[in-house]
Write a protein that binds this ligand. Structure first.
Ligand SMILES: Cc1cc2nc3c(=O)[nH]c(=O)nc-3n(C[C@H](O)[C@H](O)[C@H](O)COP(=O)(O)OP(=O)(O)OC[C@H]3O[C@@H](n4cnc5c(N)ncnc54)[C@H](O)[C@@H]3O)c2cc1C
Length: 389
């Protein structure tokens, strides 16, 4: 399977909040650089005023002052100001060029107050996340290629379009009752042991012969219901006009973000944008709409980033509300500190001959890697138990 980069951080991505900058999106790099510059200046002031003398040793204070000056790109007066070194990070009014008119001109920094109104620290934190760090990969031609890979290896072992309706066990083995959703045929499958990977919102509705602790854990684990929406656009205007190649733009509207394609850069013809990756209240709002209304909302909201091109380039769109998909009824497991403490070990422990695995049975939720790590752990424990029996 061929892999290609799955770009997260793009300094050219845009940040939008309805109550910041008059609703006009700003480049991530401008806000992020201005944020650290202002923080650097303020920390320098505090240090020089002796406000942190009880928290920082004299030696560390000297180092920190140097760090803040360099990291914050402060000027000779230890101020964060509009100049060429700062523009070298946040971008220029006129970028360095060639020949006679090649001299750059600096851009104007934003005030601390304006930068704070953008909440850019949210995105800075997002990109610091362990799972968002470079370099991440995605399968060429889509995530479906991963399923295809499994299918090539174990096709004969899979029974497609089959819904398990009950799970039973006794001292000798396990039984899954099922129904073929295409033919209506009902049947049972028997085995010595079972690794069950049915997501918990579905599993909680299936009669399952396990003890009260696992039952309670399965019932307690809710899922977040995100919504994703794809928009097919005639051209790659975000590349041509905005110099955005992969990564995201963020907004405080229901759609939450746009993600730009990571493949076929500079390509002619249509390309698909992720026009919404909504969660929380935004996901509920969009999920409650008809598919057509979701597209309309996504076009209106996404137009704040690319007002002239967005609607003009729109060809078609599709959305998936994960809480409405009957085979998962959610997107990612919503563990809290409390449910982890109370239920996690009971969820992952073997119950007789049954062990659960999947995205819900890991500390690495919301990612395929987590479900695979959970499956490996479950199989190893099952193998040990079966070998000892
Ligand atoms: C919108 C979205 C975006 C994501 N983005 C990424 C990403 O970029 N990178 C990444 O690594 N991960 C991503 N993930 C997470 C990743 O998809 C999951 O972590 C992973 O698929 C979980 O694997 P699983 O085997 O636990 O569950 P699933 O893949 O959900 O498999 C569970 C299976 O159980 C089947 N099933 C359900 N009920 C029954 C029943 N009654 N009988 C029989 N079978 C049943 C379902 O049909 C399904 O095939 C994303 C997930 C979502 C929803």
């Amino acid at each position: 399977m061929e892999l290609e980069p799955f770009i997260q951080l793009n300094h050219n991505g845009l940040i939008h909040r309805r109550d910041a900058f008059g609703g006009k999106p700003q480049r991530y790099k401008e806000l992020a650089v201005d944020f650290k510059g202002h923080v650097g200046e303020l920390l320098t002031k505090s240090l020089n005023a002796g406000a942190l003398d009880s928290s920082v040793s004299k030696e560390d204070k000297e180092k920190l002052l140097v760090a803040m000056r360099e990291w914050g790109v402060l000027d000779g007066d230890l101020k964060f100001s509009s100049n060429i070194p700062v523009s070298n990070q946040r971008g220029y009014d006129q970028a360095p060029g060639g020949g006679v008119g090649g001299a750059p001109t600096p851009s104007k920094i934003n005030s601390l107050s304006d930068v704070l109104s953008s909440h850019v620290w949210t995105q800075i934190g997002f990109y610091y996340n362990y799972v968002m760090q470079t370099t991440m990969f995605q399968p060429k031609d889509g995530m479906g290629r991963i399923g295809d890979g499994f299918r090539r290896q174990v096709n004969d072992l899979i029974r497609f379009n089959t819904r398990v309706s009950a799970i039973l066990q006794d001292g000798k083995g396990v039984t899954a009752e099922w129904e073929d959703l295409k033919t209506g045929q009902k049947g049972v499958s028997k085995a010595d042991y079972m690794v069950c990977t049915i997501p918990t919102p579905v599993l909680s509705q299936i009669p399952m012969q396990v003890g009260p602790k696992m039952q309670a854990a399965v019932k307690a684990l809710q899922m977040n219901g995100q919504l994703k929406l794809g928009l097919e656009m005639k051209t790659r205007f975000w590349e041509e006009k905005y110099s955005i190649y992969g990564g995201h733009s963020f907004t405080d509207q229901a759609i939450s973000q746009l993600s730009y394609p990571n493949n076929n850069f500079f390509g002619d013809g249509p390309a698909v944008l992720l026009g919404a990756f909504a969660s929380g209240i935004g996901a509920l709002q969009l999920t409650g709409m008809t598919p057509e209304a979701r597209i309309e909302a996504a076009l209106t909201q996404g137009s704040v980033f690319h007002p002239e091109e967005y609607r003009a380039n729109y060809l078609s769109g599709a959305s998936v509300a994960w809480s409405r998909q009957p085979w998962i009824m959610g997107c990612t497991s919503a563990w809290t500190e409390q449910t982890r403490a109370e239920h996690y070990q009971n969820l992952v422990a073997m119950d007789g001959r049954i062990v659960l695995a999947g995205e819900h049975a890991t500390y690495y939720g919301g990612w395929m890697e987590g479900s695979l790590l959970s499956a490996i752990d479950a199989i190893e424990r099952l193998h040990k138990k079966a070998s000892a029996a």
